[in-house]
Design a binder for this molecule. Structure first.
Ligand SMILES: Cc1ncc(COP(=O)(O)O)c(C=O)c1O
Ligand SMILES: N[C@@H](CCCC[NH3+])C(=O)O
Length: 430
């Protein structure tokens, strides 16, 4: 098994950073998300370093949706990250973590009047997704007596090799303004008093394991920049979004490194801006690449059953990690307390949810398993806890953060009381 450098096996047990995962499961209980803070820091340094080595005017906006724990925001804020935020909640987390409003970009294709007012009030730049939204934002800014700096989100009509549910730059996607309409939108923004078009935004999709689509995207955005200059707008930033994938199947999958990514994107960007005689900041919005591999989900085997195949029934299901169910996503699983035992048979690792699709890992060769064993689901730090639910009325589990020898809760487990607390008894019910 190929493990990333912060995971290792000692005395037959899986370790993350300086910690034994089985001890963590015993100490904090399962299911349990465990995140290695240093891995996030290393990831940030590597991705941001690969880009800034080629062009110093780079800004990294962490895609807040990938992992919404405030401790993770703090880690990234202290590294100098801003954030791509999609909701009032993400704005609140980013600000609470100390990210300055000017380091945020408020994205989204369906913002409420309250979202727009919040961006105006806090002085957060907005990626505007339609002319309708532009007019609403301008009115909101006018009412507050302010001006808002904006970008438009461009729909570049680029097909990307990823799961169709997470390709966002297709011509048919709900996001962004088609290239053919974009100039019109900028012209309208110029004609309005309270919106100041200063940037260009785009995001082509997620878990992309090729670099060419990103280079293609940059070429499209340079073309947009050229048209903008013609109408008197000199973009001060070009935001190419996130999307760089990770090798969930380490044995077989080849994934571009941050250096491959930077090498594909930055020279195209530089050629374009030099030709146009401008020097905008290059913004990127990575989510998955910064946090996915920092985290394992530890889950305990409740029972083993052999029917038409063998099931290891564990205490985490798609309530806590929906990616396998939602996107047929692959996550490596390791028998954490038998990490160097020989593979014995194929297991499907299935959760406790009352749905046939509640399968975390299908047909995996694992050592002989028994009730009480701990399974570690790898690469669970992006869109893991963040997409969890209380389905089947299951309280969500705890999250632990590790730093060197330290381990501490960064989110306590929910209780049954947390499930019922927001529920209100309708007056006619005795
Ligand atoms: C606008 C925007 N930026 C950035 C991201 C982050 O993507 P990823 O986690 O694939 O880097 C997303 C999610 O796909 C997004 O919608
Ligand atoms: N939630 C997706 C990524 C989509 C990101 C949001 N645009 C995943 O788990 O892979």
């Amino acid at each position: 098994m190929i493990l990333p450098s912060h995971l290792s096996v000692r005395n037959g047990r899986l370790r993350i950073g300086e910690h034994d995962t089985v001890d963590l499961a015993d100490r904090f209980g399962t299911p349990l998300y465990v995140t290695d803070e240093e891995r996030i820091q290393d990831n940030f340094r590597r991705l941001s370093g690969a880009l800034t080595a080629r062009y110093p005017k780079v800004r990294v906006l962490y895609a807040a949706k990938a992992n919404g724990n405030l401790a993770v925001f703090r880690t990234l804020a202290s590294m100098g990250a801003g954030a791509d935020v999609f909701s009032a909640g993400e704005v609140a987390l980013a600000l609470a973590a100390g990210m300055p409003p000017a380091s945020l970009l408020f994205n989204g294709s369906s913002k409420t009047p309250a979202d727009l007012a919040l961006a105006v009030e806090k002085g957060i730049r907005v990626s505007v997704d339609s002319p309708d939204e532009l007019r609403q934002l301008d009115a909101a800014a006018g009412e507050a007596g302010k001006t808002v700096d904006i970008a438009f989100r461009v729909n570049p009509a680029i097909d990307v090799p990823t799961h169709p549910k997470i390709a966002t730059g297709l011509a048919t996607s709900k996001f962004g303004i088609p290239a053919g309409q974009i100039l019109h939108a900028y012209r309208e923004a110029l004609s309005l008093e309270h919106t100041n078009p200063i940037g260009i935004h785009c995001h082509i999709g997620s878990q992309i394991l090729a670099v060419e689509p990103f280079a293609h995207e940059v070429r499209v955005l340079i073309d947009v920049a050229r048209d903008l200059i013609d109408i008197g707008v000199e973009p001060s930033f070009i935001d190419i979004g996130g999307g760089l994938g990770i090798p969930y199947r380490r044995e077989t999958e080849r994934a571009p490194t941050p250096e491959d990514y930077a090498e594909a994107v930055v020279p195209v960007f530089l050629r374009g801006i030099r030709e146009l005689g401008i020097e905008p900041e290059l913004w990127v919005e990575p989510g998955r690449w910064l946090v996915a591999d920092s985290t394992v989900l530890l889950t305990r085997v409740n029972s083993v059953k052999t029917a038409h195949k063998t099931f290891a029934n564990v205490d985490a299901g798609f309530n806590l990690l929906v990616r396998p169910t939602m996107y047929d996503a692959y996550h490596e699983v390791v028998a954490a307390n038998k990490a160097d035992a020989p593979a014995a048979r194929e297991y499907s690792v299935t959760g406790p949810i009352c749905e046939t699709g509640d399968i975390l890992a299908k047909d995996r060769l694992l050592p002989e398993l028994a009730a009480g064993d701990i399974i570690a689901v790898l690469d669970a730090g992006a869109y893991g806890f963040a997409m969890s639910s209380q389905y089947n009325s299951r309280p969500r589990c705890a999250e632990v953060l590790l730093a060197g020898k330290k381990a501490a809760l960064m989110r306590r487990a929910e209780t049954i009381d947390d499930l019922t607390a927001p529920m209100v008894r309708p007056s006619w019910q005795a």
